[in-house]
Design a protein around this ligand. Structure first.
Ligand SMILES: NC(=O)c1ccc[n+]([C@@H]2O[C@H](COP(=O)([O-])OP(=O)(O)OC[C@H]3O[C@@H](n4cnc5c(N)ncnc54)[C@H](OP(=O)(O)O)[C@@H]3O)[C@@H](O)[C@H]2O)c1
Length: 263
């Protein structure tokens, strides 16, 4: 499988590093197009991939073209790429850009749309993806191979789930980081030194998530286990419920989803 990345930024580098590192493809099979000299030099130095300033130099040899520019650069990049060859698969990771828009921009019908998230950079991502109906099984398998390099991947049959995933797993790391900050600030408020608070909170978040996943239990069951009658946890949970934490989170996700649909 020969791959051409259009855009050599953060996400393209995550994919390149993991695909080459796991031996899914060789560095010789990868070309990256990026207008920035420094990015091209870094990618070539670090991963030994082919690098180009414009797509014309390498697009023809690709089996799969991964579109990894910022969404606002789509209008600029589509004319530079021109027509894709029949049989070439386009995998777009552009947040919020619909299959319909991609199909119209490239006059092409072999297109996959994926929504990864930032932990993809350490291979712990959650990528939700779908494809135009004309994408056949072998191309679906190619897309799955590429996207699984970023962590977990879930194929969904309807594009609306990619939009929903944008609000849940796409923006999700930001929600988690905000909650981490709030816990640390709360600990500092009661007098704990910040470095100590950060260490405690980070490990509590990581440990709780691993425990939840490994136990296979419902989060409410695990929460009830640490909530003794009249105890400290019950007092804290009462304050969170009084502040409508669940409603607030539900409204936050609904706002992100509405914004995604409006993009
Ligand atoms: N980062 C994430 O975790 C994440 C998560 C989900 C989805 N995404 C999506 O992934 C895409 C890439 O995100 P990113 O964080 O990797 O962005 P990024 O770091 O800004 O990378 C985009 C790269 O594309 C280059 N570029 C701009 N115009 C180009 C052109 N005409 N031809 C070739 N390359 C061009 C940019 O160069 P300049 O710097 O000169 O513009 C930049 O190096 C975005 O659409 C984003 O929505 C990212």
């Amino acid at each position: 499988m020969r791959l051409t990345f259009i855009g050599g930024g953060t996400m393209a580098e995550a994919l390149v590093s993991r695909l080459v590192g796991r031996g899914v493809v060789t560095c010789d099979d990868i070309s990256v197009v990026d207008p920035v000299d420094a990015r091209r030099e870094l990618l070539h130095e670090q991963y030994k991939v082919h690098v180009h300033a414009t797509p014309a130099e390498c697009l023809g040899r690709a089996d799969v073209v991964v579109l990894a520019v910022k969404p606002q650069d789509l209008l600029k990049v589509a004319p530079q790429m021109g027509r894709l060859a029949a049989g070439q698969l386009l995998v777009s990771i552009l947040a919020g850009v619909k299959l319909e828009t991609l199909a119209a921009s490239f006059s092409h019908d072999l297109i996959v749309r994926a929504m990864p998230n930032t932990p993809a950079q350490i291979g712990m991502g959650m990528t939700v993806w779908t494809a135009l109906p004309s994408v056949g099984e072998s191309h679906i398998n190619s897309a799955r191979t590429i996207l699984s390099a970023l962590g977990e991947e879930v194929y969904v049959p309807e594009e609306k789930y990619v939009d929903m995933a944008t609000a849940v797993s796409g923006s999700g790391p930001a929600y988690v980081f905000l909650f981490v900050e709030a816990l640390v600030d709360g600990a500092v408020r009661i007098g704990m030194p910040r470095p100590m608070a950060e260490r405690l909170v980070n490990q509590t978040m990581r440990g709780s998530m691993d425990y939840l996943v490994q136990s296979g239990r419902h989060p409410a069951e695990l929460r009830n286990k640490v909530t003794s009658p009249g105890g400290t946890t019950a007092a804290a949970l009462h304050e969170l419920e009084k502040g409508s934490l669940r409603t607030l989170v539900a409204e936050a996700i609904a706002a992100a989803y509405a914004r995604t649909k409006g993009l």
